[in-house]
Design a protein around this ligand. Structure first.
Ligand SMILES: O=C(O)CCC(=O)C(=O)O
Length: 292
């Protein structure tokens, strides 16, 4: 990160180059140990309550979409000062979190049947947009709350540099055993580290055969003209919605009453992140507003 006049970190030229080259970056020590405790405890509470409600089998894995709707304490991760600048430096101000998840994967007691998990994010974007390479469209932050500094702990697997490749070899069906793509690595990170990745990088979750429960929270950011996958309606009637900042509300899709701000960004002055960046002299001419 390089620091600006306003003291706010921004993606440095070297980091941008590395991201363009590899399709991902590791932001080491983005969270302090106290923050790791805070967010891990919040995630643990969600897990215990899901277990108590029978939504997760005892000792089973949890992959819950809608991170903030289901874990309000995670709101601070939406625009965390150590990571969010990476997102707006690349995507600009007309963005929101379209897809997020809370993940808890206890050690697997026995080997699971094979499943080919390699994918690019975006679902039908990968079928319905005709370009090669595909457009970036979204980026993701993966906050690690458990130690995956050794392989075999349910690490995120990626193929560095694969984000400009539309196709990798895969099995005819996902349950047919197939080797990992060439060049695949398990990303090794510690609690508090964050992996920032381009949605197009070929990636997969790996199985956790260690003795450590794998815990992580993921946030995917995209332009507001791409539909949101998370269901956040419950947030706006909650007791804690008032505590969200305007930028956090934008990221959760809660800005605008139908008369001003809208997702297409025609009225940047009503888009909180635009104002926030403008006040700090951080608007990037590469992301100009539309001409009136
Ligand atoms: O949980 C992981 O390690 C991978 C997550 C994933 O596949 C995704 O974020 O699209």
């Amino acid at each position: 990160m390089s620091s600006t006049m306003s003291g706010i970190a921004q993606l440095s030229a070297a980091e941008r180059e590395q991201f363009e080259e590899d399709g991902y970056l590791i932001i080491r020590g983005a969270l302090t140990p106290e923050e790791v405790d805070f967010y891990r405890d919040a995630l643990d509470r969600v897990y215990l309550s899901a277990e108590a409600d029978g939504l997760v089998s005892p000792g089973g894995s949890m992959h819950t979409l809608g991170a903030v709707a289901n874990c309000p304490e995670a709101a601070g991760l939406l625009d965390h000062p150590a990571t969010f600048p990476y997102v707006w430096s690349l995507l600009g101000w007309n963005i929101w979190v379209y897809h997020s998840h809370l993940d808890v994967h206890p050690p697997l007691p026995e080997r699971r049947p094979f499943r080919f998990e390699w994918h690019q994010d975006g679902g039908r974007q990968n079928r319905e947009i005709e370009s090669d390479p595909r457009p970036r469209l979204s980026v993701k932050l993966a906050y690690w709350l458990s130690d995956v500094s050794e392989p075999g702990r349910g690490n995120l697997k990626v193929v560095p540099g694969s984000h400009k490749v539309n196709w990798i070899s895969g099995p005819p069906r996902r349950d047919v055993a197939w080797p990992d793509p060439e060049g695949a690595i398990e990303v090794a990170v510690s609690p508090g580290d964050v992996v920032f990745f381009d949605r197009r990088i070929w990636h997969a979750r790996s199985d956790n055969y260690s003795t450590i429960t794998r815990k992580a929270i993921f946030f995917g950011y995209t332009y507001r003209w791409v539909a949101m996958r998370d269901e956040n309606d419950g947030i706006w009637s909650s007791s804690w919605a008032d505590e969200l900042s305007p930028v956090q509300r934008q990221l959760l899709g809660g800005v605008g009453d139908g008369t001003g701000d809208h997702a297409w960004g025609h009225y940047p002055q009503t888009t909180p992140l635009y104002g926030w960046l403008k006040e700090r002299g951080l608007l990037d001419p590469a992301h100009p507003p539309l001409k009136p």
